[in-house]
Design a protein around this ligand. Structure first.
Ligand code: NAD
Length: 477
């Protein structure tokens, strides 16, 4: 990258194609300077040695700052990436909750006093890494930013946050609010620009001691490789092709509603979207028919329209990707039962809309049943019995989440344990809270965010021994 190749990042409102704002992309010399400032702040601000309950005060003040600007932030996110306003409000709420949660973790996290094997006392303490990189995708900016920034700061680090070039507007707001809340200058800085340019430079930067990434599997794998070569720890939250399973004994009405919400919420642009529907063969036709009817009835509209259920996709180029995905499914022999195209007329002609799409008739190995669309596209597959289901559902490279609908708790237990997924939802879907670990099996990621482990991701364990013996030579056996 050179300084002039990506001078500006333009945020386009996908609801109408209009420009929202421009931000300057960070140049390589600016990145170097930001890393240097971050280390200086880490070393001199006193943040890392601040007692945790004092750090908690600042994290709570950041939460207060987000709360005070909640509606403005939700509106900005809506224009930045097109999500329905109710979802955007929920994401700001989630960010607020995350800061408050990690303030609580600061207050309560205990480390271990380990069993001695000699005349000494031994215990662990947690140390920050120093400067960490947080790289986030475009689908839920403020929420994903908070999921990384709050625990990284709570653990005493300085953070360089790089939002997606497709949703650049929320990260600078978070950094400003954090500063105004009393976070020392330069402990949270924002780096803007394209992934392969400034993102790659950030990951490779010798001043970055830990990398936390949320995004696609391709970029995640590249980042993992660089981190491996550099021997720096990396946390990867990646994509999914999550199975949503309906057994014959399920509460049919709730299952169908959850299947539809699980894939078409956020227009399918959710890492945990239930994008593969598995229905027991004896009820397959009825359930798929009910899903199609419900999908057809969803209100596809502008993100701030009353009652909107499905907004536009986050960008016009992403809509192109989704449209190509559906064309390939057709070419593979898939039957498009609803959707399969952009709606037209009125405001639809100006925005990046795509209709909720349900496809069946494909085998589990078809590319459309294996790869992530990250859009409003559901593929439906029948299964005969539990063994058949487990083989099919586990038959992708991913393992992020799954949903199981059955009235039998014994079956739910068996299937929940057998499916390769970081989150299992039984008779519910897409519950994801800041207090519960989140992450993927297989190519859906490495590491767990959220919960207490979410803070430990950003800290390294140090073991300390205090000798008690009159003779200070090691006495351990
Ligand atoms: P992406 O991988 O293209 O980009 C994610 C971020 O990484 C962006 O900020 C981008 O600029 C940056 N980036 C891209 N290439 C890079 C590189 N070589 N080096 C450093 N940074 C790089 O993903 P996206 O299109 O923004 O988001 C969609 C993907 O994110 C989907 O696959 C989705 O499943 C995944 N996702 C996962 C989770 C999760 O928690 N598991 C959550 C949300 C989204």
């Amino acid at each position: 990258m050179n300084a002039s190749s990506t001078p500006e990042i333009i945020s386009i409102d996908p609801a109408n194609g209009q420009e929202v704002a421009r931000v300057r992309a960070t140049t390589l010399p600016e990145l170097d300077a930001a890393v240097e400032r971050a280390w200086k702040a880490f070393g001199e601000s006193g943040w890392k040695s601040l007692l945790p309950h004092r750090r908690a005060l600042v994290l709570n003040a950041i939460a207060d700052g987000l709360q005070a600007e909640k509606e403005r932030l939700a509106q900005l996110q809506m224009r930045d990436n097109g999500k329905p306003i109710a979802e955007c409000r929920g994401m700001v709420e989630s960010a607020i909750g995350t800061f408050r949660y990690y303030a609580g973790v600061c207050e309560t996290l205990q480390t271990d006093v380990t069993p001695p094997r000699g005349d000494y006392v031994s215990f662990t303490v947690l140390e920050p890494y120093g400067v960490v990189a947080a790289i986030t995708p475009w689908n839920s900016p403020i929420m994903n930013d908070a999921t990384k920034v709050a625990p990284a700061l709570a653990a005493g680090n300085a953070v360089l946050l790089k939002p997606s070039e497709d949703s650049p507007l929320l990260a600078p707001e978070l950094a400003r609010i954090a500063r105004e809340a009393g976070l020392p200058e330069n402990l949270l800085q924002v780096v803007q620009g394209r992934g392969p340019d400034i993102g790659a430079a950030l990951v490779a930067h010798p001043g970055v001691r830990m990398i936390s990434f949320t995004g696609g599997t391709v970029a995640g794998s590249m980042i993992g490789k660089v981190a491996g070569e550099r021997l720096v720890p990396v946390a990867l939250e990646l994509g999914g092709k999550s199975p949503h399973v309906v057994f014959a004994d399920a509460d049919r009405e709730h299952a169908v509603a959850a299947v539809v919400a699980g894939i078409f919420g956020s227009s399918g642009q959710s890492c945990v979207a239930g994008s593969r529907l598995f229905v027991q063969a004896c009820i397959y036709d009825e359930v798929v028919q009910a899903v199609v009817e419900r999908a057809r009835s969803l209100k596809v509209d502008l993100p701030d329209a009353p009652g909107v259920e499905v907004g536009p996709l986050a960008s016009f180029h992403h809509r192109e990707r989704v449209a190509r995905f559906v064309e390939r499914a057709r070419a593979e022999g898939g039957r498009v039962l609803c959707g399969g195209q952009a709606p037209s007329g009125g405001h639809y002609d100006h925005g990046a809309f795509y209709l909720p799409t349900v496809i069946d008739g494909l085998g589990p190995d078809a590319a459309s049943c294996q790869e992530e669309a990250f859009g409003p596209v559901l593929v439906c597959l029948p299964f005969q019995d539990e063994a058949d289901l487990i083989a099919q559902a586990n038959g992708t490279a991913f393992g992020l989440a799954c949903g199981i609908w059955t009235e039998s708790f014994k079956r739910a237990w068996r299937i929940g344990r057998a499916l390769e997924a970081g989150s299992v939802w039984v008779n519910t879907y897409k519950q994801s809270v800041t207090s519960t670990p989140f992450g993927g099996f297989k190519q859906s990621g490495i590491g767990r965010e959220k919960g207490i482990d979410g803070m430990k991701l950003y800290a390294q364990v140090k073991s300390m021994y205090f000798g008690l013996h009159a003779n200070p030579l090691p006495v351990a056996k």
